[in-house]
Design a protein around this ligand. Structure first.
Ligand SMILES: [Zn+2]
Length: 390
């Protein structure tokens, strides 16, 4: 398993590295073809999906597009009347090739450092191995399954989330292989999230000669931030201004400012509240600065994951399985989001931290505890068997 992980983690698959993502997709396909060849009764169907490019506001303040990789869906359907289970993991990482963090390094003591070893390439290996065990078990003929690999999770699944309704419709349960917390805890309730960009176009003028004729986009941006940050007074809402770009020569009143905004919410109803407030502030600023232009781009691409009895049933099964393996069962709420949020939005009960144990994800210090590859494979195998009989 460590070799498979090294093989797949050593391919750079940053969310916008379309070529690298294609290599990872081909490697996964070859793993499943191998699996199929070694499992005489198994018949798999392979489908690929082109995704729409991601829209964003470029440094010039205009809407542009970024190309995304392809998604891969592998399905086993022996009988349409049997329940189907979705296993899912993303192929992309947060590391551009230019960062130079492109290879795994064994640190000894059962620890390996490398790009995406925990998030989420370790999980990709676990999915394969758990399915191999399941298909060689006496319950293989009790379950259909689908495996979905998307190339854009780390940027909010802007393209692949269009396929989620179809996956939620087809499957009864979802198993998602985001890394678990370092102590093996599973996440439970999740906040919802949005990324927005606000481009503010003002009017340039020379500071010395015509200061009064200019409209400073940066000053307007500052006013916007000052007012919008009041949303943080609501305990259900977090708004963070993570990026600000714009301006230019210091003797020119700045014509352009672009804000990057991340928002987290507790309940679905908070979404309306936030958008209403942001648009209200924009309207007021528009009244005050008539020659300014505002362009707000983005969406709530992760709805909150609020548990109910259907979801709790799945967690009960998981708890039983961890006990059988003598593992601790802990679940925790988090402000973080993943594809589990979206699938839940479309009605698919899912556990979304079935991947490996590791830490320092999204940094060059990312590690995996290698023993968790085996541990999590056993857990998923057991979970599949239980769900097959449910
Ligand atoms: Zn991830």
């Amino acid at each position: 398993m460590k070799d498979l992980l090294t093989q797949i983690a050593n391919i750079n698959s940053y969310s916008y590295n379309v070529e690298g993502l294609s290599k990872v997709k081909e490697l996964l396909k070859s793993w499943y073809q191998n699996f199929e060849n070694n499992c005489p009764k198994l018949k798999l169907k392979y489908e690929e999906f082109d995704l729409k490019p991601q829209k964003f506001i470029s440094r010039s303040g205009q809407i542009e597009e970024k190309q995304l990789g392809k998604a891969l869906l592998i399905s086993k359907e022996i009988d349409p009347n049997l329940p189907s289970i979705l296993l899912m993991g993303h192929m992309d990482t947060v590391f551009p090739e230019s960062l130079g963090f492109n290879e795994c390094k064994d640190l000894g003591n059962g620890i390996m450092n490398g790009p995406g070893v925990s998030d989420l390439k370790g999980g990709l290996v676990v999915i394969l191995k758990a399915l191999e065990k399941f298909e060689n078990s006496e319950l293989a003929d009790k379950l259909n399954w689908q495996v979905f690999f998307n190339p854009d999770e780390e940027v909010g699944s802007p393209g692949s989330s269009k396929i989620f309704p179809m996956l939620a419709e087809k499957n009864k349960w979802g198993l998602i292989y985001e890394p678990s917390l370092p102590d093996g805890s599973f996440t439970y309730r999740r906040k919802g999230a949005a990324n927005y960009q606000l481009a503010i176009h003002g009017k340039a003028s020379h500071v010395g000669r015509a200061f009064d004729e200019g409209t400073s986009a940066i000053l307007i941006a500052a006013e916007f931030i000052n007012q919008a940050q009041a949303l943080n007074e609501n305990p259900n809402i977090i708004i963070n201004f993570g990026k600000i770009e714009g301006g230019g020569p210091l003797n020119i009143v700045p014509e352009l400012a672009i804000l990057g905004i991340n928002i987290r919410i507790e309940e679905n109803t908070d979404e309306k509240l936030v958008l209403k407030k942001l648009n209200q502030i924009i309207d007021e600023l528009q009244d005050k600065y008539s020659d300014a232009k505002f362009l707000l781009q983005g969406k709530f691409n992760r709805k909150p994951k609020v548990p109910n009895t259907e979801l709790d049933l799945l967690y009960e099964v998981l708890e039983d399985c961890t006990k059988e393996l003598n593992l601790d069962f802990k679940k925790r709420n988090t402000g973080g989001c993943c594809d589990g949020n979206n699938l839940w939005e479309y009605g698919l009960p899912n556990i979304d931290t079935l991947g490996v144990r590791g830490k320092d994800i999204h940094s060059t210090e990312e590690i995996i505890y290698l023993d968790s590859l085996e541990e999590r494979t056993e857990l998923s195998f057991l979970l599949l068997k239980r769900l097959a009989l449910l």
